[in-house]
Design a protein around this ligand. Structure first.
Ligand SMILES: [Zn+2]
Length: 262
């Protein structure tokens, strides 16, 4: 199906706003999701996590974050300025899967040759962001799944936007397997230095599609541009850029005093 072709929503008949690269589209009128690439209905469960932090509450979160923590410049709350804020519902796949790793290897780091073999079972709810080339810190973000509801456009505030996914649940499962294998290997590397065998057997229970709200806050400080990401459901800072110490003399000494001399 060509991207230029007019595609109508199968739920309500409205024309869909297609953007290059997007595969799983959620209709902006009725909230129906489907797979543009395969032409099939999108059959997995689609949820949304409500936003509990509006702009005012999010500003308070950022102010509090700027004022706390010893490695931030002392005058950060007073000398910084928020230049832009945006609320976006990001598309995540949550892959619920069981993995059994069958391994055989050798522990050598203490000088000997200790054979190690066995099986390692783990159950994962692995998150995959449905966007390519994104720098979003997925690993640092715990999706607050407890608050999830069936997807409903009325849960998206008028000033917020939501992103469609650039691949479907099958690709998400493949990606999850690759990342989980890496993680299993990382766990085993505590006790194995050389692997002779590393086989992984997956059993996927289900895959969910979830839109979760994230605030992006841009701010300036000392002519530098910085960004903070806030979980709009829990109000937790997912990641925030921390500027280097204030280079002006007063600022530098007060930061030094704070960090070293207490
Ligand atoms: Zn529709």
């Amino acid at each position: 199906m060509g991207i230029a072709e007019k595609v109508k929503c199968e739920g309500c008949g409205a024309p869909l706003d297609l953007k290059a690269g997007e595969v799983v589209i959620t209709c902006e009128y009725c909230g129906t999701a489907f797979n543009i690439a395969s032409g099939e209905d999108f059959f997995i469960k689609h949820s949304i996590i409500p936003c509990n932090y509006d702009e005012t509450k999010c500003r308070e979160v950022v102010k509090h974050w700027m004022a706390s923590g010893g490695i931030k410049p002392t005058n950060l709350p007073a000398a910084s300025k928020i230049t832009d804020m945006g609320l976006t519902f990001l598309p995540f796949y949550v892959v619920h899967t069981n993995v059994t790793t069958i391994y055989d290897g050798v522990f050598t780091r203490t000088g000997g040759q200790k054979p190690r073999n066995g099986q390692m079972h783990r159950e994962y709810y692995w998150k995959i962001l449905g966007r390519r080339g994104s720098k979003f810190p997925t690993k640092e973000y715990e999706i607050p799944l407890r608050g999830k509801e069936d997807f409903n456009l009325s849960k998206i505030p008028p000033t917020a936007k939501y992103l469609n996914a650039e691949f479907d649940e099958k690709d998400a499962e493949d990606l999850a397997r690759v990342e989980i294998q890496d993680h299993q290997k990382f766990l085993l590397s505590q006790q194995i230095d050389q692997f002779n065998k590393f086989d992984n057997d997956f059993e996927t229970e289900d895959i969910e599609f979830v839109h979760a709200p994230i605030w992006r806050i841009d701010y300036t400080y000392n002519k530098g541009d910085y960004q903070v990401l806030v979980d709009a459901t829990t109000g937790e800072v997912i990641r925030g850029d921390i500027p280097p110490p204030d280079a002006s003399v007063g600022g530098f000494f007060s930061d030094l005093k704070k960090s070293i001399f207490g």
